[in-house]
Write a protein that binds this ligand. Structure first.
Ligand SMILES: *[C@@H]1O[C@H](CO)[C@@H](O)[C@H](O)[C@H]1NC(C)=O
Ligand SMILES: *[C@@H]1O[C@H](CO)[C@@H](O)[C@H](O)[C@H]1NC(C)=O
Ligand SMILES: *[C@@H]1O[C@H](CO)[C@@H](O)[C@H](O)[C@H]1NC(C)=O
Ligand SMILES: *[C@@H]1O[C@H](CO)[C@@H](O)[C@H](O)[C@H]1NC(C)=O
Length: 565
C-alpha cells in the first residue's frame, strides 16, 4: 500500500512542471492579471515563487519509496485512551478498521480490550496518476460530457462490509488515497461516534484539512491525530470529484434519508446551540474606493430575493458616513482590523488582502459566500450554499479565483490560516496565492458563476452571456467611469476589459438604487480629471482606432462632482 498511494503534498511537483512547460502562456496571463488588479507593472515573479509551495510539508516526492513501519506493535497505543473514552468498553466490542497498516500492528491491537480489528483491503492507485491528472491545465467546462475525466482513486469495493466501524486508524497522512479511504470508511460507517486516527506523517505534514477539520480534532500528540468527524459532512465531501478535474455539480445531498441541516443542528446543539445561518460576505479595507461597488453588490444580491444575510467587513479606512450608506444598502457591517500578507511587498496593491481571512471569524454563520466588492449578481445564487468549503471557480490553470468562495467559518481554522500566512509562500503575495496553497483539494464550480469581463477578441459586441450569475468588473470600475461607455476603451492596455454591454448592466443596478444611496456612487473631481486625461491621450494617438473618446458625455454625475467618497 505504501508505494503508490498518491501523496497529498506534491502539488509542488505539479507546479514545477507547469512552470517549465508553460512559461510563455502563464506569464502572458499573469501580465493580464496584473493589469487586472490595477497594477501598472508586471510584478509577478511568475516563474520563481510558484515553486515554493508546501514549505511546511515534506518535499520528497518519489512515489516509489517503501517506508517500513517504524511504530512497533503495541498493546496500548497512545491514541487508544482518547478514542475509547466515549465507549463503555465492558459493554461494547470496538470495531477497528486499519488503513495502510501492516500485520504486526494488527496482531498487537487484537488484544485491545477484545476489539475486533480488520485490515481494510483496497486496490492501490495506479502509479501513473499524477497531480496534473487531478488538476488539469484546462477542462472543457461547456461540454459536461466531454473532456472532464478524473482519474480513479480506488476505495474499498466492499465498503458496506465496514458499516458500524467505531475507529478508523490510518497511517501516512500525506497520502491522498489513504486519506480518502479513511474518510470514506468513516462517512459510510453510519456511526455518529466514529473516530479517525492518523498515525505518522513526518516532515510536518498534517492530515488533509479538507476532510479532517481542526474543529473535529479531539486529540493530538506528536504525529498522532484523533478526529471525531461529522459523518454527514464527510459523506458529502467524498461524493465530490477529487481535485479540479471536473465541475462539481450540485453536491450530493442526503436530505431524503438523513437531512443534513437537521443532523448538523443536532450535533451542534449538543456543544453549541447556535442556529445555522448563512450569509453573503464582502470586504472593504485600506481605501473607500470600493464603497459604491459594495453598495451596488448588496442591491444586486437583494434584487435576486435572497433569503440570506449580507455581511460586510470594514476596516477603519471606511468612514462613518460610508458605513451608514453600506448599512442602508443592506449590509450588516462588522468592523475589523486589516491583516497584512507577509509575503506581499510593502505598499503593493495586495499588501493587506489577507484581511479576507477574517471571513473565517464569522462564526455566527455556518457557511458564507464571499464575493469581492467589484462584482454584481444577476441571478439568484442561493443554491451555492449547498457546496462545501472550499468551492470556487477557476482562475488560471489549477488555481482557483478567490474573488468568489464558499467557506465555512471556524475559529481554529482562522488561527491556522493566520499562522500559515508566515510559512506558506503565496505566488502573488496575496490571499489567493495563500489559499491556493492551503486548499490542495478545492471544488470546481462552473465559470458561469462569475463572468470575468475580459475579452481577448477585439471584434464582436463583447456580450455578457445570458446564463451567467455574476459579473466581475475587472479593469477600471464602472463607478469610476462615466455611465456613457466603458472607459476601459480609452486605455490601450485595458482594452481587453472593455465591454459596453457589461458596463450598462452595472448601471442598471445603479438606476435601481434608492435615491439616498446614489451619492455614494458620485464622481470626484479626481476621477473626472483621470477620465478626461485618458480621453485626451486616446484622441491624440493616431494609431488608436477606437473612437469611444468621441462620445458626447451625458452622465449627470459630471455636473455634480463630489468632494470625496
Ligand atoms: C494508467 O495506466 C492504465 C493502464 O495501466 C491506463 O488505463 C490509464 O489510462 C493510465 N492513466 C493515466 C492517467 O495515464
Ligand atoms: C423578487 O420578488 C418580487 C416580489 O415578490 C418579484 O416581483 C420579483 O420578480 C422577484 N425577483 C426575482 C429575481 O425572482
Ligand atoms: C486587494 O486589495 C486591494 C485594495 O487594497 C484591491 O484593490 C484589490 O482588488 C485586492 N486584490 C484582490 C486579489 O483581492
Ligand atoms: C497608441 O496606440 C497604440 C495602439 O493602438 C499603442 O501601441 C501605443 O503605445 C499608443 N501610444 C501612446 C503614446 O500611448
Amino acid at each position: 500500500m505504501n508505494n503508490n498511494s498518491v501523496r497529498i503534498h506534491t502539488k509542488m511537483s505539479l507546479k514545477t512542471t507547469i512552470t517549465t512547460t508553460n512559461i510563455v502562456s502563464f506569464a502572458k496571463r499573469l501580465s493580464i492579471y496584473s493589469i487586472l488588479f490595477l497594477s501598472i507593472l508586471l510584478f509577478f515573479p511568475a516563474t520563481e515563487t510558484i515553486l515554493n509551495t508546501f514549505l511546511d510539508c515534506r518535499t520528497t516526492t518519489t512515489l516509489s519509496t517503501t517506508k517500513k513501519t517504524t511504530s512497533p506493535p503495541t498493546m496500548n497505543p497512545k491514541w487508544f485512551q482518547p478514542i475509547s473514552k466515549p465507549f463503555k468498553l465492558e459493554q461494547k466490542q470496538l470495531q477497528i478498521a486499519l488503513v495502510n497498516m501492516d500485520g504486526e500492528i494488527l496482531e498487537g491491537m487484537n488484544t485491545l480490550h477484545g476489539a475486533q480489528v480488520t485490515q481494510v483491503e483496497f486496490e492501490k492507485v495506479s502509479s501513473n496518476i499524477t497531480w496534473r491528472d487531478l488538476y488539469p491545465l484546462w477542462i472543457d467546462e461547456e461540454n459536461v460530457n466531454a473532456k472532464q475525466i478524473c482519474p480513479n482513486i480506488p476505495i474499498p469495493s466492499d465498503i458496506v462490509k465496514y458499516k458500524g466501524v467505531d475507529v478508523v486508524v490510518a497511517k501516512d497522512v500525506y497520502r491522498l488515497q489513504v486519506s480518502l479511504v479513511a474518510a470514506t470508511l468513516a462517512a459510510e460507517s453510519g456511526n455518529e461516534e466514529v473516530s479517525v486516527v492518523f498515525v505518522g506523517g513526518g516532515g510536518g505534514c498534517e492530515p488533509m484539512l479538507e476532510m479532517f477539520r481542526c474543529d473535529d480534532l479531539v486529540w493530538k500528540d506528536g504525529e498522532y491525530w484523533v478526529y471525531k468527524p461529522d459523518v454527514n459532512r464527510l459523506k458529502q465531501k467524498v461524493s465530490l470529484p477529487v481535485g479540479a478535474c471536473k465541475v462539481a455539480t450540485q453536491p450530493y445531498s442526503f436530505e431524503a434519508e438523513n437531512p443534513l441541516e437537521k443532523s448538523m443542528t443536532s450535533t451542534l446543539s449538543k456543544a453549541n446551540p447556535k442556529p445555522l445561518k448563512e450569509a453573503y460576505v464582502t470586504l472593504l479595507h485600506s481605501s473607500e474606493l470600493y464603497v459604491c461597488g459594495a453598495i451596488a453588490l448588496a442591491q444586486s444580491i437583494l434584487q435576486t430575493n435572497t433569503t440570506k444575510d449580507l455581511v460586510l467587513l470594514a476596516d477603519d479606512s471606511i468612514s462613518p458616513s460610508s458605513i451608514h450608506g453600506l448599512e442602508a444598502a443592506g449590509w450588516k457591517v462588522k468592523l475589523i482590523q486589516r491583516v497584512r500578507c507577509p509575503s506581499a511587498r510593502k505598499g503593493h496593491y495586495n499588501e493587506w488582502n489577507c484581511s479576507k481571512l477574517r471571513i473565517w471569524q464569522l462564526t455566527d454563520y455556518s457557511k458564507v459566500i464571499f464575493i469581492d466588492a467589484d462584482f454584481i449578481v444577476l441571478n439568484n445564487i442561493d443554491h451555492l450554499f449547498s457546496y462545501p468549503q472550499l468551492s470556487a471557480s477557476e482562475d488560471t490553470m489549477s488555481i482557483f479565483n478567490s474573488g468568489v468562495m464558499i467557506a465555512e467559518p471556524s475559529p481554529c481554522f482562522f488561527d491556522m490560516l493566520m499562522a500559515k500566512r508566515y510559512t506558506l509562500n503565496s505566488y502573488n503575495g496575496g490571499d489567493q496565492g495563500l489559499l491556493n496553497e492551503v486548499f490542495t483539494w478545492w471544488h470546481r464550480i462552473t465559470k458561469k458563476i462569475s463572468f470575468l469581463k475580459c475579452f481577448m477578441d477585439e471584434k464582436g459586441e463583447r456580450k455578457v452571456p445570458n446564463d451567467v450569475y455574476m459579473i466581475h468588473f475587472v479593469g477600471v470600475k464602472p463607478w469610476v467611469c462615466y455611465r456613457d461607455y466603458d472607459c476601459n476603451w480609452d486605455q490601450v492596455d485595458r482594452h481587453i476589459f472593455a465591454s459596453d454591454r457589461a458596463h450598462s448592466r452595472w448601471w442598471r443596478v445603479y438606476d435601481a438604487l434608492p435615491v439616498e444611496l446614489k451619492p455614494y456612487c458620485g464622481l470626484t473631481s479626481y476621477m473626472d480629471a483621470n477620465i478626461q486625461n485618458w480621453r485626451e491621450i486616446a484622441k491624440n494617438n493616431v494609431s488608436f482606432t477606437d473612437t469611444h473618446w468621441k462620445i458626447d458625455v451625458k452622465d449627470p454625475r459630471k455636473d455634480n462632482l463630489i468632494k470625496q467618497i
